[in-house]
Design a protein. Sequence first.
Length: 104
Amino acid sequence: MSDGYGLVVRFALSGEGAATSFDELCDQTLEGIKAKEPGTLAYVIHVPHGEPLVRVFYELYADRAAFEAHESQPHTKRFLAEREQYLVGTEVTFLDAINSKAAG
């Protein structure tokens, strides 16, 4: 069963100022995702409880092609280029769905 292609990304930020700037970059990036990426089914940014300098992204795409389309967008390329200045670490876990309950 395939219900999409997803990933979880954990970003560790270098400080409070970096977190504010990173969040602004994320807001700008989300505008492009919402407007131009019908294959992006979910793109959610979380702050874990008790970890104010961490952001966890949950991303779900219709399929691998939708993820690749996301990666090729100008707003995504800008995010990828600019994010590093705010980070002290990144962990990425790619996910293949085997079962799900999805909205819709």
